[in-house]
Design a protein around this ligand. Sequence first.
Ligand code: CTP
Length: 402
Amino acid sequence: MNVLAGKKLLLGVTGGIAAYKSVELVRLLRKSAAEVQVVLTGAASQFVTPMTLQAVSGRPVRQDLFDPAHEAAMGHIELARWADLVLVAPASASFMARLANGFADNLLSTLCLATAAPIVLAPAMNQQMWQNAATRDNASLLVRRGVELWGPASGDQACGEVGPGRMLEPEALLSQLCSRFTQGPLAGVRVLLTAGPTREPLDPVRFIGNRSSGKMGFALARAFTGAGARVELIAGPVTLDTPAGVERVDVETAGEMEQAVMARVKGCDIFVGCAAVADYRPDAVADQKIKKNSDRMEIRLVRNADILAGVAALPDAPFTVGFAAETQDPEEYAEKKRIAKRVNMIAANLVGARQGGFERDENALTLIWDGGREQLPMTDKVSLAEKLVSLIAEHYENRHSA
Ligand code: CTP
C-alpha cells in the first residue's frame, strides 16, 4: 500500500524559479493517491499559473487570505486543520524570513502559523542568499522551532552560479515524504553523522588527505533517514549527492569538522563518527606555494582534537558510534578504541589495498559493543548501512536497560 494514499498535503508554493517544479511534484503526489491542496503566494504566480496547478491537483488553488468565496467553503483555519503536513516547495528566502518572524500577512504564512501539522520547507534560492547570515539565522531558528528543512541541494543554479540553494528534485521530495509518513524504528530521533575524508592544507595548493570516499557515511545517512530519523551530515570533501531529506554541511579540515559537530551536537540523540578524520595537521600552513629548494624537507605535524572522543565525553553525550579503520587485527584494535574513547558501539573496518573499506562500493564490518559483537559480511555499502542502522537502533532503544 502506498504510504501517501489518502494523506492530506498542503503544498505551499512561493516565488522562485523552482516553482515550475511544483507542477511535477503535484503530479507525483497525486499519482501516490495523496490529496493535495495548493496554496500559491503572489510572487509564485509570476512563475507558475494557478490554472496549471489546479489542473494537476484536481482542486482550485488558494491564493488570497481575504477571499469570500473560498472562506465560505473552507476557511483558512479549517484549511490549516485539514492538513496532515504542510510542505512549502519551493520556500524562498523571503518566505523563510516571514515564517521565522511569525508574520501572518498572506494566506500561506497565516496557514503556517495556524496549523498544528508538521511544517516542512524545501528551500530554493541563489547560493549567496542561502549562505547569507540572515538566512542562516532564520533557518536555524525555524529548525529549533521544529520546522523541518529538506535540502537545499548543491549544484548549478538558474542564475548561472554554482553552490547550495537548489530545491530538491520532486522525486527526492516524494521519497522524503514517504519516509516521513513511515513509522520507522528511529522516528523523531536526531542523528548527527560525519563522513568522508578531511584535508589538512600545507600551502595554498597542497594538502594531506586520505582515501576515504564518504560512501559508507552517505549510505548510513540514507539508511538513518529511511528508519525515520532526522539526519544532519557533516561531510568532508567528497563527490557524492546528498541523500534526500538529509541536511548536509560541507567542511574541509578536521578543525572545521569539529566546529561543525560541536555547533550541532546539542540535542542530538545519536552521533556516528564515520569520517576518516586526520589525526594530525601541519603545524604551519605556508601562505605561498612551497618551492623545492632542497633535497629533503620536513613537515612538522600537530595533533588534531579527537571529535568522537570529544562528543562521547560531553555531559549530555548522545549515543555514540565510532568506526575503527585498521589494516590489521581490526577487532582487537577497535575494542581498545571503543573503551579508550568511551563510545557505545564501534564498527571495526579492515582497510587497505586488498580489503574492502576505502574507495570501494562494498565493505565488511564487525560491530562491537560492551559485551557483544556481530559480524556483518562483505556486501554493498547500501545494504550494509541498513543492517548497521537497524543494529544501532536496537541498541539505542535498549540503552537504559543495560
Ligand atoms: N575520529 C575523530 N576525530 C579524530 C580522529 C578519529 O572523530 N581526530 C573518529 C573517526 O571518525 C572514527 C574513530 O574516531 O569514528 C576512529 O578513527 P581511527 O582513525 O580509525 O582511529 P584513531 O583514533 O585515529 O586511532 P589510530 O590512528 O591510532 O588508529
